[in-house]
Design a protein around this ligand. Structure first.
Ligand SMILES: *Cc1c(COP(=O)(O)O)cnc(C)c1O
Length: 369
């Protein structure tokens, strides 16, 4: 294989090279079918087998309990900001925790469909903490409680999901896990719905995953578009309308790739998580010891996936990015709302990529410090 640059994009983002190679090899003729996956009927036996395997493998990786449905949808997490309240709110009240740009957007959109209460926010500290769940002003009337478990733009991650029952709420927890799904296990005993766009950590853009506890199906508001009614989608095995077939196929290859990973005694998601922990540690350690770079998120809330960082002066940003590109380190510019730089180090970013970034960071600091 030729050497590809290391791509630190926040999304659409790096995919495992093995997966891209397999998709390329199967492009013109999927397993003797004479068709590309793109050319197949979603109702034919070939694609049904691809979809079934993708779901089974995802269930295996994330240990999804049998009483949860896996829905393959479209529209991205931003469409879910509307689809979710349409399906779950019953027009009543919903509690939202704001921890960054994405959850801020979610609660804003939900206001079109239900009474939104922001029960905690970290706006006061510039989205750099996770407010302690014991301080959340939860209502016992809420139809659900929404959090973004990894804020892609701000780099804030919930390393433990809240136990709403212990906090006196019977509402299901809904997590937007777009940017860290399949990077670590999910504690399903605490989650009613998990959703996310595929293009950060599991595949190409166009596919949205919704994993929902069965008792939460069947409460959509009458105005809900039929194709976005979770119960309709579930009852039709995600084939009420044409699902994003090619994106599902590639995501399925990524799930198989996750299952193949080994790290010492660990395999599958455990191996991936151990690697993610090691990658994040290496990068944050570089920032913490450099005396040159700054990060803003408090250590307990630092994301393992998205790492915003700042140079001592914005006037160095262009030189930093140009030098990075020369070394094959791509897409490090920060989101415009936060500024500075951001390195997204998703599952498919190898440790060698983070090491190459750290080498460059140290070198740049020596030359400009
Ligand atoms: C990227 C992202 C979104 C938006 O996803 P779209 O696919 O563009 O709709 C929402 N939430 C989080 C946490 C994200 O990372």
């Amino acid at each position: 294989m030729t050497t590809r640059p290391f791509n630190f994009s926040a999304g659409p983002a790096v995919l495992p090279e093995e997966v891209l190679a397999q998709a390329a090899a199967e492009m013109l003729d999927w397993q003797g079918s004479g068709m590309s996956v793109m050319e197949m009927s979603h109702r034919g036996k070939e694609f049904i087998s691809i979809a079934r395997r993708a779901e089974a493998d995802l269930r295996d990786i994330l240990a999804i309990p049998a009483n949860y449905k896996v829905l393959f949808m479209q529209g991205g997490a931003i469409a879910e900001n509307a689809i979710l309240p349409l399906n779950l709110s019953r027009g009543g009240r919903a509690d939202y925790v704001v921890t960054g740009s994405w959850s801020l957007k979610s609660q804003k959109e939900a206001r079109k469909y239900c009474d939104v209460s922001v029960v905690a926010t970290n706006e006061g500290d510039g989205h750099t903490t996770v407010p302690s769940p014991s301080t959340w002003a939860l209502s016992n009337q809420a139809a659900y409680v929404h959090v973004c478990s990894n804020e892609t733009i701000n780099g804030v991650e919930m390393h433990e999901l809240p136990d709403l029952k212990a906090l006196g709420s019977n509402a299901p927890l809904v997590i937007d896990c777009s940017s860290h799904i399949a990077s670590r296990p999910i504690d399903w005993s605490r989650v009613g719905v998990a959703y996310g766009g595929a293009q950060k950590n599991i595949g190409p853009a166009g596919l949205t995953l919704v994993i929902i506890r069965e008792d939460l199906l069947g409460h959509a508001l009458p105005v809900t578009p039929t194709a976005f009614d979770y119960k309709v989608v579930a009852d039709n095995d995600s084939m009420y309308n044409t699902p994003p077939t090619y994106a599902m196929y590639v995501a399925g290859l990524v799930f198989q790739w996750i299952q193949r990973q080994r790290e010492g005694e660990l395999s599958g998601l455990a191996a991936i998580e151990a690697r993610n922990v090691a990658k994040a540690r290496l990068l944050y350690e570089c920032f913490d010891t450099s005396g040159f770079y700054a990060t803003k998120v408090v250590p307990e809330a630092r994301s393992r996936m998205n790492v915003p960082f700042f140079l001592p002066s914005d006037s160095l940003n262009d030189a930093f990015l140009a030098g990075a590109k020369e070394r094959g380190l791509l897409q490090l510019k920060g989101h415009k709302s936060v500024g500075g730089m951001r390195a997204s180090i998703y599952n498919a970013m190898p440790l060698a990529g983070v090491q190459a970034l750290v080498d460059y960071l140290n070198d740049f600091a020596r030359r400009h410090g």
